[in-house]
Design a protein around this ligand. Structure first.
Ligand code: ATP
Ligand code: MG
Length: 283
């Protein structure tokens, strides 16, 4: 069983003013393709917040809007605002966003395969221009969270297993000393045992390093098992938010994510919502 950050214990205290706030955000690709509409969410200092939703809901786009990485795909925040530490950060230079303390771990395991584990980590600290002392400290923090990376520090990273590469990718993000980490489907393609290890590490990052986390996951049970609270995105719109218990006990989510339908078959969330959404969430 994974140690939870939020449900059995409140974890680090939540601050009154959010670290990150999205307010009525609209995002378009190539100036016309509307992907996010009126999306609002917040992450408080010290929180782990889950962002759930099915394929194509707009989860990755939400994260890339926050980190400004959508710009590399001709994406832009066209309405609303995104504030981090009380200042707007949308449509900015992604490197300056990293320097402010906000780092996204992209979906998939992208490491510099020809470099050693430690070289991968060192290179990842470049945006913050760390001193030698800070660099050593950051490496020790990453090795404390992922001891296997310390053991393999001189190994060429292309030879690491999938799970170890996922740890390295998260470790690389930690090298920039983020106050907020955006994680895009860290469980993707991993065995249940490795998923357990990765999620336990996410909890440790939150608790021991005090890093706030916005966690995108398709596996609602898994994400809500470690988060303080969550949001559900569907077709580019926010359709639900609440505590983990509220969401886990929500009949629609249960039916969709846990497959407890009338026929016992997992149905499309869209079908379920056709008759429920308007009544329950949109008044
Ligand atoms: N660069 C792009 N240009 C145009 N449309 C895009 C682009 N990237 C994503 N989209 C569209 O935006 C919508 C949301 O995609 P996004 O990748 O954000 O969803 P997601 O919730 O992360 O899905 P998944 O669970 O499959 O990762 C989809 O309809 C997708 O086709
Ligand atoms: Mg995605």
């Amino acid at each position: 069983m994974i140690v939870t950050a939020g449900r059995s214990s409140p974890g680090p205290a939540r601050a009154a003013s959010p670290l990150l706030a999205l307010t009525n955000v609209e995002v378009r690709y190539q100036g016309s393709i509307l992907v996010l509409k009126n999306v609002s969410l917040s992450v408080g200092e010290g929180e782990v917040v889950a962002l759930l939703g099915s394929n194509g809901a707009g989860k990755t786009t939400t994260l890339k809007s926050i980190s400004s990485l959508i710009q590399s795909e001709e994406g832009r925040v066209t309405e609303g605002r995104i504030d981090f530490l009380g200042a707007p950060i949308h449509n900015q230079d992604p490197v300056s966003t990293v320097r402010r303390g906000l780092v996204q771990v992209m979906e998939g395991r992208r490491v510099l395969e020809h470099m050693s584990v430690e070289q991968n980590l060192i290179v990842a600290s470049a945006p913050i221009k760390a001193s030698r002392h800070q660099l050593g400290q950051a490496l020790e923090e990453v090795y404390a969270i992922f001891p296997i990376l310390s053991e393999f520090r001189d190994r060429q990273s292309g030879y690491l297993s999938g799970g170890q590469q996922q740890m390295l990718v998260i470790g690389r993000a930690l090298m920039a000393k983020p106050r907020l980490l955006l994680l895009d489907e860290p469980s993707l393609g991993l065995s249940p045992l490795l998923v357990h290890t990765i999620f336990a590490s996410i909890v440790r990052i939150n608790r021991e390093l005090g890093t706030s986390i916005l966690l995108v996951e398709q596996n609602a049970k898994l994400a809500l098992g470690i988060a303080h609270r969550g949001y559900v995105l569907e077709n580019g719109r926010m359709v639900m938010d609440g505590t983990c218990d509220d969401l886990l006990n929500n009949e629609d989510l249960k039916e969709f994510y846990l497959g407890i339908g009338v026929t016992g078959q997992r149905r499309s969330f869209r079908d379920i919502k056709q008759y429920r959404r308007r009544r329950r969430w949109l008044g």
